[in-house]
Structures are given as structure tokens and as C-alpha cells.
Ligand binder design. Sequence first.
Ligand code: TYD
Length: 211
Amino acid sequence: MIERQHPGLFLTFEGGDGSGKSTQAALLEAWLRKQGRTVVRTREPGGTEVGEAIREIVLHHRGHIAPRAEALLYAADRAQHVAAVVRPALDRGEIVLQDRYLDSSVAYQGVGRGLEADEIRRLSLWAAEGLLPDLTVLLDLEVGIGRSRLDGSRTRYDRLESEAAEFHARVRDAYLALAAAEPERFMVLDASLPVDELAALIRSRVSAALK
Ligand code: TYD
């Protein structure tokens, strides 16, 4: 059983680029709505007007962005998003389904960019006033497979997607280490499984959390 600090349920999806997070979030959203649940589906970076402006900078700025500036931009996005969208929805008792949250910062900025993972976690928690997800679904996928899925759907890569395979391999390992450190919060799934199979596994875990 999950001990919650608010009447709602905060569920995040994490994983590398091309791991199927938004597909699974959409399927879960449809299933929850069918049961009459109120769902807020959102994402980081983005999810607010300020966040969409930050998203444009972090993903599409053409020049160099210093790693610490990048970390602070993601943290600023998170602070605005939690204050304006996530926390109010959880206080109303709603279910928040979110594509990426603080584990993305720890994995990409903390480990991928080589900033200190613990410091990035503290920065994120400060930005989010300590809000942790009730459940985090990690869609784990070999970097090469994620990349080939992206190749089919993208005409251009964003700043993070353009990083070398070695960067993405560090991100994947970082996610697995985070999940191992917090097994209660994380559900780790093999993202190469069929979409329906993954969706069923996620539904059964979420049903249990809602009881
Ligand atoms: P997005 O288009 O949302 O990626 P995807 O569809 O692959 O999830 O772009 C988000 C990018 O930003 C993604 O490459 C991961 C990166 N990111 C960070 O580096 N740190 C963060 O804290 C977050 C939220 C995202």
C-alpha cells in the first residue's frame, strides 16, 4: 500500500527517449476515465505557459547551454508546474499522470551531464516543495532500440536526443540505479514487451494503488 500525503494519486512515467511513455500514459488515462476518474495528464518540461517557454529553450536553443543552467531551467519548469498544476490537482483528489519528473533531472543532468546526482535531487525537491510521486513507472529499454523507434518518428532531434549513445547509456543505468534504491516507488518494466501487455501490467499496479 502506498502512503499518500494528499487525497490524489501522483503517477510519473520515466525512461529514455522512445521508450513508449506517452503511449502508456494515454492508454492508462483512457482506462481511468472510463471508470469515471478525474485525470490530469501533463508533462515536463512544459505543462504550463512558463514551462512551454522553458521547454523551447532547453530543447531547441541552438547555442551551448551550461549544464548547471540546463539543470536550473528544468528545476524552474518543475517549480512552476508543481505549484500551478500538479499540487492543486492532487489536493482536489485527482489522478495526475505525468510524462517525466524529477528522476529525469537526476538521470539526465545528474548522471548524463555529470553534475552531482544528489545535488540535482535536492534541487528538484526544493523546486517541487518536496513532492515525490506515489508511483513511478520506469520503461526500461536498450538505448539502440529506443533510438531506432525515434528514427521512425522524428525529422529532427532535440538537444538532449542529439547526445551520443554513451550519454543515453549512462542515463539508462542511472534510472535503473534510482529504481533499485527506491523499489517501493518504482515499477520497472521491460519496454520491449508488447504495448498491450505493458498496459495491463500498469493497470493492475494502479488498481492496487487506488484501493
Ligand atoms: P520530450 O520531448 O518530452 O522527450 P520524450 O518524448 O522523449 O520524453 O523531451 C524531454 C527531453 O528533456 C528528454 O530528452 C529528456 C529531457 N529532460 C531532462 O534532461 N531533464 C529533465 O528534468 C526533464 C523533465 C527532461
